[in-house]
Design a protein around this ligand. Structure first.
Ligand SMILES: [Zn+2]
Length: 250
């Protein structure tokens, strides 16, 4: 993979190694030379523009660290997972491209998986559109749902079965600082303004109540990752909600 990426990068410019030699395709055929290039970070340097490579993420991490130095610690760390299995429009769009119609409610888990797998590009495109829309609503909206956003950073990752999720960092203007710099009650007030573990009222918003009870609740049966070693659930569930928010210190 390193050899291929470097060949592509070579066509774009005139790469020189750190010790001043011109990188030739002959050099790339030589395993020892390639290893030397990787050790000197010459190889990784050429891979930097290639999204997803270690060199790419190394640069991204540097950029992110620069943001933390400039802006301070981020206020929110949010994870959003794709729920293609619950999105009829994704399944229907994939089928429509194959000039077929499906009744989403009649499909079982395996049938949905097969359809999603048949066109991962469309699935990803629709996910990307959702992410864009999420950013518009959550980050850029003048309604300031999570406060006035100073800056944000997110990264898309893929689970084993190929389902994407994003990790998002958000910096909020004038957010109180944790760690004893401010009174606890100021921090608690801020948290309570935006975060709750309360079950939504089914009468007030039945759809929200349904979504939260289906995907935001730790399963009674737990999952595979719950049981590691001898513990019943390494996440410590079930947990009872507390009456009020408290801050705990080590
Ligand atoms: Zn569990």
């Amino acid at each position: 993979m390193a050899t291929n990426s470097m060949s592509i990068q070579m066509r774009k410019g005139k790469p020189i190694t750190r010790d001043g030699r011109k990188i030739s395709s002959k050099m790339l055929q030589d395993t020892q030379e390639v290893e030397k290039l990787i050790t000197n970070k010459d190889a990784t340097r050429f891979m930097q523009p290639l999204r997803g490579t270690p060199a790419y993420w190394e640069k991204t991490l540097k950029d992110l660290n620069a943001m933390v130095r400039q802006l301070g610690k981020p206020t929110f760390f949010l994870t959003f997972s794709a729920a293609e299995m619950r999105w009829p429009e994704v399944i229907e769009a994939v089928k429509a491209q194959q000039r077929q119609q499906v009744d989403f409610s009649q499909l079982d888990w395996n049938a949905k998986c097969d359809i999603l797998r048949s066109n991962p590009v469309t699935v990803m495109q629709l996910f990307e559109k959702r992410v864009d829309e999420l950013m518009t609503i959550l980050i850029l909206s003048p309604a300031q749902h999570i406060g006035e956003v100073e800056d944000y950073f997110y990264r898309v990752e893929f689970q084993a079965r190929g389902s994407p999720h994003i990790h998002l960092l958000v910096w909020i203007k004038d957010a109180p600082e944790f760690e004893g710099l401010q009174d606890d009650f100021v921090v608690i007030k801020f948290i309570d303004q935006y975060i709750t573990c309360q079950m939504p009222d089914p009468n007030a918003d039945s759809e929200l109540h349904k979504i939260v009870s289906e995907v935001q609740v730790h399963s009674r049966n737990h999952s595979k990752s719950c049981k590691k070693g001898n513990v019943m659930c390494r996440f410590g569930f079930p947990k009872l909600p507390m009456d009020k928010t408290i801050l705990t210190y080590p």
